[in-house]
Design a protein around this ligand. Structure first.
Ligand SMILES: Nc1nc2c(ncn2[C@@H]2O[C@H](COP(=O)(O)OP(=O)(O)OP(=O)(O)O)[C@@H](O)[C@H]2O)c(=O)[nH]1
Ligand SMILES: [Mg+2]
Length: 239
């Protein structure tokens, strides 16, 4: 039986909007959890934060973040989607919304809740019902032509990260070309070349989040939908 409980709504203190919910999506292994860990390291000293991770069958991402020691462990919740990762961030976001609201109730008022999507393909995006803003991660190790392949995350996410730029020389990718390709696919939306080994890029990432949070607070940030994934079907195995 699906849970029929009515959705709970937790009032915020007067004059304070609820936490900014920032989604992080992108293909498997592109560095989403590392981006979350970095944002916690950079921002937890100034913002009240919590994290929700999504894995298909495990809570591996949550365990990675807990062991990184970047936030108190109880502020990191795992949603086990048990299905295509995009389903839980796009089609039926109730498990994720419950996790976010539970964290807000227990530890609120919060400033920022980060939600990591399970690693999927190039077409997964967050529903605006779950994420106020979303960033999409691709990495140089996936090949220099990934940025040209498009898809709603690459073209429409609030921020596109071209990640692991430190690896570019080792995989024969020219970062400037990859970033230029990404920019031309995005019609003016921002692109960030990021590496865990490049402190300046980490500062830019944290500043971007601060700027979205400021716009969320003053009411000028309008959540936008990068668009749905391509039509697809799920195989059903009854036996
Ligand atoms: N060289 C390099 N490696 C990185 C960087 N960021 C992440 N990695 C490595 O890339 C691998 C995958 O990183 P994760 O952060 O787990 O990636 P993910 O997207 O969360 O992976 P899934 O949740 O499994 O889809 C790990 O071995 C990280 O250490 C980076 O900037 N440079
Ligand atoms: Mg991860």
């Amino acid at each position: 039986m699906p849970d029929q409980q009515p959705r709970r709504h937790h009032p915020q203190p007067l004059g304070r909007p609820r936490a900014l919910r920032l989604g992080v999506a992108g293909p498997v292994g592109t560095g989403k959890s590392s981006v979350l860990a970095t944002l916690c390291r950079e921002l937890a000293g100034e913002l009240a934060m919590a994290v929700v991770t999504n894995d298909i069958y495990t809570d591996e991402d949550a365990r990675f973040l807990r062991s990184a020691g970047v936030l108190p462990t109880e502020r990191i919740r795992a949603v086990e989607t048990g299905a295509c990762p995009h389903t839980a961030i796009r089609d039926d976001v109730s498990a994720n919304l419950d996790a976010v609201e539970d964290l807000e109730e227990e530890f609120g008022p919060l400033d920022l809740v980060l939600v990591e999507s399970g690693g999927d393909n190039l077409t997964a995006t967050f529903s605006p019902a779950l994420a106020d803003a979303q960033l999409f991660c691709i990495d140089v190790a996936g090949g220099g032509d990934v940025a040209r392949k498009g898809g709603p995350g690459i073209t429409g996410a609030d921020l596109l990260i071209v990640n692991k730029t430190d690896l570019a020389p080792h995989v024969g990718v020219d970062v400037d070309t990859m970033v230029a390709d990404a920019r031309s696919a995005r019609d003016g939306l921002p692109v960030l070349a990021l590496s865990q080994h490049d402190p300046a890029s980490i500062i830019e990432l944290a500043d971007w989040v601060r700027s979205v949070l400021a716009r969320h607070r003053d009411g000028t940030h309008i959540p936008t939908d990068p668009g749905p994934m391509a039509p697809h079907s799920h195989a059903h195995h009854d036996s």
